[in-house]
Design a binder for this molecule. Sequence first.
Ligand SMILES: Cc1cc2nc3c(=O)[nH]c(=O)nc-3n(C[C@H](O)[C@H](O)[C@H](O)COP(=O)(O)OP(=O)(O)OC[C@H]3O[C@@H](n4cnc5c(N)ncnc54)[C@H](O)[C@@H]3O)c2cc1C
Length: 324
Amino acid sequence: MSSTLESIEMLLKKELPGVRQDVLLKDHTTFQIGGPARYFLEVRKKGMLVKALQTAKKLNLPFFILGGGSNLLVSDEGFKGLVVKIESENGIVLKSETVIEAPAGVQMEHLVDFSLQNHLEGLEWSGGLPGTFGGAIRGNAGAFGGEIKDSILEVEALDKDLNLHVLSNAQCQFSYRSSIFKKENWIVVSATLQCKKGHKENLEKIAQSRIDYRIEKQPLDLPNAGSIFKNCDLKWFSSEWQKELAHVVKQDPFPVVPTAYLISEANLKGTRAGGAEVSKKHPNFIVNIDNAKAADVLELIEIIKAKVKEKYGVMLEQEVQYLE
Ligand SMILES: Cc1cc2nc3c(=O)[nH]c(=O)nc-3n(C[C@H](O)[C@H](O)[C@H](O)COP(=O)(O)OP(=O)(O)OC[C@H]3O[C@@H](n4cnc5c(N)ncnc54)[C@H](O)[C@@H]3O)c2cc1C
């Protein structure tokens, strides 16, 4: 080991006693794919998060923020820096009758449960959405016509220089699967949600129906990372295709053509590369059927992009984040 690497390791261990080495990221992603993180730290408190990032900066060490790993493809070589996994088992509080505050690291599942227990409307669309609150805010997660931005009141976040900001909903620059946090690489620390008083049983029914829909339509029995591509804006298509595709267009959150439909029509369902397969159940999902490598998934992504471009003339945009 070089002496520089040795001194980085000594300093890291001194500053961040919980830091571990060579942690396989496949064990921290829903895809179950990915090589090792050279350094890996789980943080539960804001102070620890800031300290970890300050230390990485001081040592000139690249860092990566990990939430639930449900929107992530990690390269087979892993990440040669510090992965900081934000996770919080608790910390969700009712700030007022209709305002919830929660740290970035809580699982969306727990946040939805909390809102339902408190008869609050606003998150029921996200029943069954994997991942953390912070990950959902960064990617403005959405489904069934709802998006996390619809309920966000304020977000506490760190900018690239680790200055803490409190942003209003408008300042978050939310758009389809995006936000200032994604565009500028800011780190979500916590946020508040403005909900409405609702009827607990009705809200529970809606949330459960979303979970049931996912079980029915998505290949949840196999490791995956959700939708690989964003849905396609109807405006991207030629007027001929717009007419032809009118019967599949859905409003989510604006007129889109479901990418799953395009992949299916390009006859790609069941296409394999190594241990990865284009799901037969939901073609916008790639599933890890047999110890897939990231390289297998990347190969399928390229095949899908090329075939869809050839048939429909549109270039698919990736939703899944790639870490290398
Ligand atoms: C079965 C399945 C179904 C899915 N369904 C949907 C769906 O309906 N709608 C939808 O939108 N998504 C869906 N997803 C994708 C995924 O669940 C969401 O994108 C989720 O919000 C990602 O959160 P995460 O904590 O897992 O993020 P991760 O996968 O850990 O990280 C994703 C990105 O967010 C960054 N990040 C994580 N936490 C923070 C933070 N605190 N601050 C700043 N950046 C952060 C990471 O650096 C990374 O770039 C699905 C995924 C799966 C596996």
